[in-house]
Design a protein around this ligand. Structure first.
Ligand code: ADP
Ligand code: MG
Length: 559
């Protein structure tokens, strides 16, 4: 039986495809620029193996030309171009990628940046254009060809004039409708913003004539508008540069350019990994908390690039919640992208990168804590609560990662101390890590329960935030030392409440205590003699795991 080919309603199929692949229309420009960059990379690659070719970087650029009168947007490149056959094969067949074929033919595996692979990006042009015209002259060819299409109706190819090798793509923008306007793609500022957003690190200059106002002459006040060719993209990504050539200021400038925050970062990390999964990352520890940090609106994540092209603005999977304050980006050539290049096909590589980055962030914070304590305290002021939430979350699964990063105010040092510092100062006979809870330091200082521990000369930690005691309960212990609330029944200090002496006193005053208990019925479970008090007549204490402070917080929580 003869096999029949599938027939497709190609117009509808094309429309369905371009409208379902991309979440934002503006990415059409990213796609066309990526193709132009690929086309120039191909010449570069050819020149490596072909002695008759030289690659002079100055000759390779992309130019974006809006024309309001004609309602056209032109993207011009000096790349390898396409022959008649190639126009037919690459632009006439959806999902055929000349670039993927090029990579395979030339056995290009790594260290090389050709972006294309799916053979659909070009058609993104039809999201904004009614008519797409491609005029191309291939390397080594004398004649040029014009490919033209009004979408899925099909396309025409005919000979054309073109003086230089390369490709010019002309988009006739769609007419505005009541709900949609395409005018923005003719505006310089808008085009500049789109180029910056997605294609800032394309390695060839992306040029555009930009209107600026300047004084007519040096000693003239009068201004005139002139059009000036500018390179819009930064080209070399900072993360591809050598760390030794970069200064702290370079990283700070990048932080500001990227609008990661209005503050100056406290610390930056520049990570380059050349293992099974290669990636570069630039990460920042901000100084200030974003205004919406502890709100539902806040979205964690790093920017994700693949070969210098932005794939995702906020990739949340790259950061654990407890490090959600970290800003920055990751660039990897080894990601398997899905067809829209907006998502990943599998998250194995991502999980691998995330795990490594979490380790790096932790050690960066630890070295800051050790060597730049003042900065660490600033950081902790802003984000310490998030670390403590991290200790509490996931049933203490992050204990190892976080227990050394958290700090509490100390009775001895009168400043924030780490658990390690506390434990290393503990005298031989001290069994527990003591803490007291309260709304503020001042309130804690007035607590009668603290007297015994402080009198004994032991260090005490102040827990003034809701989360503190919950977090510590998840930790259970630090370096095998358990935590003890100074309000709890048994403090593990020699003069125990339950010695003979106390027992006798308890008996003697049984009637009084019983009367007190009756008076406070439902509020206390027992009234006892205590030896822990020095200057205060009475104090509250708890038995079991849930302390008074925790009970208060639990009671205040919405069901
Ligand atoms: P992809 O880039 O994923 O391969 P596209 O649909 O974006 O898919 O492009 C299809 C093919 O058309 C490319 O692989 C390339 O061979 C060719 N192509 C597109 N634009 C250009 C260009 N500006 N110069 C040379 N070839 C191009
Ligand atoms: Mg492409």
């Amino acid at each position: 039986m003869a096999k029949k080919e599938f027939q497709a309603e190609s117009k509808r199929l094309l429309e369905m495809m371009i409208n379902s692949i991309y979440s934002q229309r503006e990415v059409f420009l990213r796609e066309l620029i990526s193709n132009a960059s690929d086309a120039m990379d191909k010449i570069y690659y050819r020149a490596l193996t072909d002695d008759s070719l030289t690659f002079d970087k100055d000759n390779y650029f992309i130019k974006v030309i809006p024309n309001k009168e004609e309602r056209t947007l032109t993207i011009h490149d000096t790349g390898i171009g396409m022959t008649k056959d190639e126009l037919e094969a690459n632009l006439g067949v959806i999902a055929k990628s000349g670039s993927l074929a090029f990579k395979k033919e030339n056995e290009i595996k790594d260290g090389f940046d050709i972006i294309g692979q799916f053979g659909v990006g070009f058609y993104a042009a039809f999201m904004v254009a009614d008519v797409v015209t491609v005029i191309s002259r291939a390397l080594g060819q004398a004649e040029a060809y014009k490919w033209e299409s009004e979408g899925a109706e099909g396309y025409t190819i005919e000979p054309a004039e073109k003086e230089t090798v390369g490709t010019t793509i002309i988009l006739k923008l769609k007419e505005n409708t009541e709900d949609e306007s395409f005018d923005e793609y003719l505006e310089e500022y808008r085009l500049k913003a789109i180029i910056k957003k997605y294609s800032d690190f394309i390695r060839y200059p992306i040029k555009m004539d930009v209107t600026t106002t300047k004084p007519k002459s040096e000693d003239d006040q009068e201004l005139e508008e002139i059009s000036e060719e500018q390179t819009i993209n930064s080209m070399v990504p900072i993360w591809r540069k050598n760390k030794n050539e970069l200064t702290k200021e370079d990283y700070e400038k990048f932080y500001q350019e990227k609008h990661y925050g209005f503050d100056k970062p406290l610390k930056h990390l520049h990570v380059s990994v050349d293992g099974t999964i290669r990636y570069n990352a630039i990460l920042y520890i901000p100084e200030n908390m974003p205004y919406d940090y502890y709100s539902k609106e806040f979205e964690k994540g790093l920017e994700l690039y693949s070969s210098g092209v932005l794939i995702m603005n906020k990739c949340g999977d790259l950061l654990p919640d407890h490090f959600s304050f970290v800003k920055g980006l990751v660039d990897s050539e080894d990601l398997s992208l899905n067809i829209s290049r907006e998502m990943l096909q599998q998250d194995r590589q991502l999980a691998f990168i995330a795990k490594n980055l979490a380790k790096k962030i932790k050690s960066a914070l630890q070295s800051m804590q050790k060597d730049e304590r003042e900065n660490y305290e600033k950081f902790y002021q802003a984000f310490g609560r998030q670390l403590k939430y991290g200790v509490y979350a996931d049933f203490g699964a992050n204990k190892e990662a976080l227990q050394d990063l958290i700090m509490f105010y100390s009775s001895k040092e009168k400043k924030l101390v780490t658990l390690d510092e506390y434990v290393s100062r503990m005298p031989e006979d001290q069994k527990y890590i003591y803490y007291a809870t309260g709304e503020s330091k001042e309130r804690i200082e007035k607590l009668p329960q603290t007297e015994m521990v402080l009198d004994k000369g032991y260090e005490m930690l102040y827990f003034t935030e809701d989360i503190d005691e919950f977090a510590i309960k998840m930790l259970m212990n630090y370096k095998e030392k358990e935590f003890k609330n100074v309000s709890s029944g048994d403090l593990g200090i020699d003069t125990d409440d339950n010695d003979k002496d106390s027992e006798a006193k308890q008996e003697e005053n049984k009637e009084l205590f019983d009367a007190m208990k009756e008076l406070l019925a439902g509020k206390v479970t027992a009234v006892k003699v205590s030896k822990r008090l020095k200057t205060h007549p009475v104090c509250l204490s708890t038995e079991g795991e849930v302390t008074i402070e925790m009970e208060k917080i639990l009671a205040a929580m919405p069901d």
